[in-house]
Ligand binder design. Structure first.
Ligand SMILES: CC(C)(COP(=O)(O)OP(=O)(O)OC[C@H]1O[C@@H](n2cnc3c(N)ncnc32)[C@H](O)[C@@H]1OP(=O)(O)O)[C@@H](O)C(=O)NCCC(=O)NCCS
Length: 180
């Protein structure tokens, strides 16, 4: 299993990965993930942020993306992460999120945000360990598959504030920059 930047050769496997995910998990990606043209266009786009996939042979088992926000928030990246249901609980989500964070910081983004459903224990634990903290709680903000209203949490990672936090997970070393 390795994590690689998304290239054109992985797009078909990525489409298969998205097609097999439960519908509720796809909502976190916020893009037309079942449209082949959309997914293929990702491999050639050039903008800050990026997209990465976990691969096992020819199959994609996880996906992470950092999308810069538009206009006056273009210093902020939104992180999106999803792991194949059969591969969860093995540390893959953590590795993908870590890779996305390292690359986002390297590309100059100074703040990252991620939206998680408030009761999603795995996602909360994972992002908290990477230096994300709760920044907003949006009550009754989303509907789950059965139509129930759920709270949405916005977690944020402020790059300069959490530099020492990043050092503890080895990210400063990975960037080759001394922790301040
Ligand atoms: C959130 C998600 C990406 C986590 O992926 P994963 O590969 O299972 O995560 P990891 O195995 O790296 O686990 C990370 C941590 O979550 C916790 N965790 C894992 N599985 C858990 C579970 N079933 N219940 C509670 N906590 C759990 C653990 O603390 C784990 O850390 P550990 O290494 O100390 O055990 C995955 O559940 C997913 O795709 N969810 C749907 C989409 C989503 O919610 N995305 C997040 C917002 S964009």
């Amino acid at each position: 299993m390795e994590i690689v930047e998304l290239g054109p050769e992985r797009c078909d496997a990525l489409l298969r990965f998205f097609a097999e995910l439960p519908e509720g998990d796809l909502t976190f990606i916020k893009e037309e993930v079942t449209d082949p043209e959309t997914v293929r266009s990702w491999a050639t786009e050039s903008s800050p942020g990026g997209r990465w996939v976990a691969v096992d042979g020819d199959e994609v088992t996880g996906y992470a993306a950092v999308r810069p926000l538009p206009g006056w928030s273009d210093h902020v990246g939104e992180l999106r992460l999803v792991v194949a249901t059969s591969q969860r609980g093995k540390g893959l989500g953590r590795e993908l999120a870590r890779r996305a964070l390292v690359e986002a910081v390297s590309s100059g983004l100074s703040k990252l945000v991620v939206e998680v459903v408030a009761e999603q224990g795995a996602a909360l634990a994972l992002f908290t360990d990477l230096g994300f903290t709760g920044e907003a709680l949006l009550r009754d903000h989303i509907r789950d598959r059965s139509g129930e209203l759920r709270d949405l949490m916005v977690l944020a990672h402020h790059v300069s504030d959490t530099w020492s936090g990043m050092d503890t997970v080895g990210i400063a070393d990975e960037l080759g920059t001394p922790a301040g």
